[in-house]
Design a protein around this ligand. Structure first.
Ligand SMILES: [Zn+2]
Length: 252
């Protein structure tokens, strides 16, 4: 059974849409991930997790949306970014196209934390229109596994955690000889719990937050397996759920 929409014909798509009300959309970014990881890190990982879980749960999966909210990485050459407003509008129109064919449950697999606010806002908006959207992110979904196998300094942007998943999925795109460990610089105005409008370059010269040289494909494979299982579990729960149980409740 085909599960990738872009590999189907319209006849095959019609067959899926006439029997199912659920689909998966992976969303990522094209942003710097240190001197050793590819720009596509966040969208490659989102795509791989989404497609594997889609295969296991027999749920339609769309093409990955590669550009995200990465303005704060722009000082590193090659980072391509869109505003939260543009991302939200673009993903919304993709969701509405799916809804035209009867899709009422959508799982967004988000590979980039910077996209989360826009996607959460969208999910709330679409629930009002009768479309239930959930946003799945692999790093919180991995639960206790990540803090168990990575030290806190390995868990930052482009650190050993993300690099390990890259090594597991597409090792030919990672240059471990260029991997660095860089302690995160504190900004002069930084105080715990206060949000500042800073860029990545305010904290790191290499683009890596913390330690990346300790990455391993084995650890990445363990992470991938756990998060794909979690996503498939979530997709299966949604698949079974009644649409009316997912929608906003009326006033008491
Ligand atoms: Zn990333």
């Amino acid at each position: 059974m085909k599960i990738l929409l872009h590999e189907m014909s319209w006849v095959e798509a019609k067959e899926y849409f006439s029997k199912n009300d659920i689909a998966i959309i992976p969303v990522g970014s094209n942003e710097q991930h240190g001197p050793h990881n590819p720009f596509g890190t966040d969208h490659f990982i989102a795509k791989a997790i989404a497609e594997e879980a889609g295969k296991r749960a027999k749920v339609l999966c769309l093409q990955v949306i590669p550009f995200g909210v990465s303005h704060h990485h722009r000082q590193f050459w090659g980072t391509i970014y869109v505003s939260p407003k543009t991302l939200k509008a673009y993903v919304k129109e993709v969701c509405l196209s799916l809804n035209y064919y009867g899709i009422k449950k959508i799982v967004i697999v988000n590979g980039h934390g910077g996209n989360l606010n826009a996607l959460t806002e969208l999910a709330r908006e679409l629930r009002e229109k009768g479309i239930f959207v959930s946003v799945f992110q692999w790093w919180p979904a991995a639960g206790k596994l990540l803090p168990d196998i990575f030290k806190p300094e390995e868990r930052g942007h482009a650190g050993a955690e993300e690099t390990s998943v890259n090594l597991a999925l597409h090792p030919h795109l990672v240059s471990m000889d260029r991997a660095v460990d860089e302690e995160v610089h504190r900004h002069v105005a930084e105080v715990e719990g206060i949000t500042l409008p800073l860029d990545t370059v305010d904290h790191t010269r290499s683009g890596v937050f913390g330690k990346s040289t300790t990455a391993s494909a084995d650890k990445g494979k363990r992470v991938f397996e756990v998060v794909v299982n979690e996503l498939a579990k979530h997709v299966n729960l949604l698949k079974k759920a009644k649409v009316e149980d997912l929608m906003a409740k009326p006033m008491a």
